[in-house]
Design a protein around this ligand. Structure first.
Ligand code: KG4
Ligand code: ZN
Length: 340
């Protein structure tokens, strides 16, 4: 008999994702984004995101099945993000997952969004070594996690941001620089033409007495805003490319320095960088450079699996199915502020 096929559904923010995974392999997936609808507000509007999920849920599941060459009857289990995320948005995905699990009479699994980001890498590079260090950097999270077995052991949370997430910093500074939303990719593009040494932006929480695994990005945002304001007050044009390159350098420096430090402190030989900001070209390059120097293996999922998607949720569901984990009840509720 063939291996179970797991459908994963993701709807925690502005992406509606569905993916199909079996035995650690990605069979197909599809993502719809309401990003364009939020652009003129400069950030995700929860009510708009939730409505967009209502429209996208069925078509996205259908598209993922078509991508995999499967039909609804091939699904053996359904996994869905229960949190953390926007409550209205999560509610839509969970309702869709429940109705599918109920009507197909297959088990339902609730998945932590961050576990999904971690598992995304397994779809490209195979099972994660035990233990591994994970740097999660997205619009909502900046965390260092010690991961052993995603299906069995709880993730050990080593550090977090005290204020803004790294992606949020990119998004907010991009606004100040007059770059389009979402800011991260726009800063990355603008930085290509800039000098990363042009502006000496601060490296928050990197002092000897600071929390080695803690992050803070709101000061960086303020420094970038002040730098932009100085140019405007003096009537000088803003050298956006230099500002973008320098900001990106500061963020990449802090993220990779702390992540490599966490690996050496804990004797961990593999660093996995996941989440939307793992798509950043400088974060990738500097992480590679520093891991090579420290003799650490670096794993970064491909770009399409770094941002929110359903395949990563299916990947966790697949691990849970294979580990014989207990399914969730059909009345499982969302957990918008789920802890790790
Ligand atoms: O993981 P994700 O898709 O959504 C969650 O926040 O969960 O991450 C989105 C974040 C946004 O803040 C976006 O600006 C950032 O990832 N991002 C980037 C890049 N691509 C996406 N930040 C920097 N450089 C990029 N190339
Ligand atoms: Zn995410």
């Amino acid at each position: 008999r063939r291996s179970p096929v797991v459908l994963g559904i993701e709807s925690s923010c502005d992406e509606t994702g569905a993916g199909l995974v079996s035995d650690g392999r990605l069979l197909g997936h599809a993502v719809a984004s309401s990003m364009d609808e939020h652009a003129r507000y400069g950030g995700v509007v929860p009510e708009i995101a939730a409505r967009a999920h209502v429209h996208a849920a069925n078509p996205v599941v259908r598209a993922a099945l078509a991508d995999a060459g499967l039909t609804l009857r091939d699904i053996d289990a359904v996994a869905v993000t229960t949190g953390p995320g926007l409550s209205g948005a999560l509610q839509v995905g969970v309702a869709a997952a429940k109705s599918l699990a109920y009507s197909l009479d297959v088990p339902l699994y609730g998945v932590h969004h961050l576990a999904g980001h971690v598992a995304a890498d397994t779809l490209e590079h195979g099972p994660l070594p035990n233990p591994c260090m994970v740097l999660i950097v997205s619009g909502g999270h900046t965390s260092l996690l010690l991961v052993r077995d995603l299906a069995r052991d709880p993730i050990v949370h080593l550090g977090d941001t005290l204020d803004d997430a790294a992606g949020e910093c990119f998004d907010k500074v991009a606004r100040v620089f007059g770059l389009p939303y979402p800011g991260g990719p726009a800063v990355d593009r603008a930085a290509r033409e800039g000098d990363p040494g042009a502006v000496a932006f601060p490296r928050p929480l990197t002092g000897p007495r600071d929390d080695p695994y803690g992050f803070s990005f709101s000061g960086l945002k303020t420094a970038a805003a002040r730098w932009a304001e100085q140019h405007r007050a003096a009537g000088r044009p803003l050298p956006v490319a230099d500002g973008a390159a320098s900001l990106q350098e500061a963020v990449a420096d802090v993220l990779t320095r702390k992540a490599v430090r966490a690996c050496t402190d804990h004797g961990v030989g593999t660093l996995v960088v996941v989440g939307g900001v793992a798509a950043n070209s400088r974060v990738r390059a500097l992480a590679q450079e520093r891991c090579d120097a420290a003799g650490i293996e670096l794993r970064v999922p491909p770009l399409r699996l770094c941002t929110d998607n359903g395949a990563m949720i299916a990947a966790v569901g697949d691990l849970l199915v294979r580990a014989g984990a207990e399914p969730a009840p059909l009345d499982v509720s969302i957990d918008p502020s789920a802890p790790l």
